[in-house]
Design a binder for this molecule. Structure first.
Ligand SMILES: [Zn+2]
Length: 63
């Protein structure tokens, strides 16, 4: 990776900041049929399957 390419990447804090602003406290039904509540200690972890179309499923269903 060139230094120019490296400079295009924002850090994990920027990513978390975006997610926190949008997701804080919200509840969703995922594509696997399970549910997630953000910022809840016992909430499911999620996996974002990347690609032209994103798919969001819980971590247990990602295996
Ligand atoms: Zn699931």
């Amino acid at each position: 990776m060139t230094s120019e390419q490296k400079a295009q990447y924002e850090g994990p804090e920027e990513l978390k900041d975006i997610l926190k602003r949008v997701l804080a406290g919200r509840k969703f039904r995922l594509e696997c049929g399970h549910h997630v509540t953000f910022n809840h200690n016992l909430g499911n972890d999620i996996v974002i399957q990347n690609g032209k179309e994103l798919a969001v499923i819980c971590s247990l269903c990602s295996y």
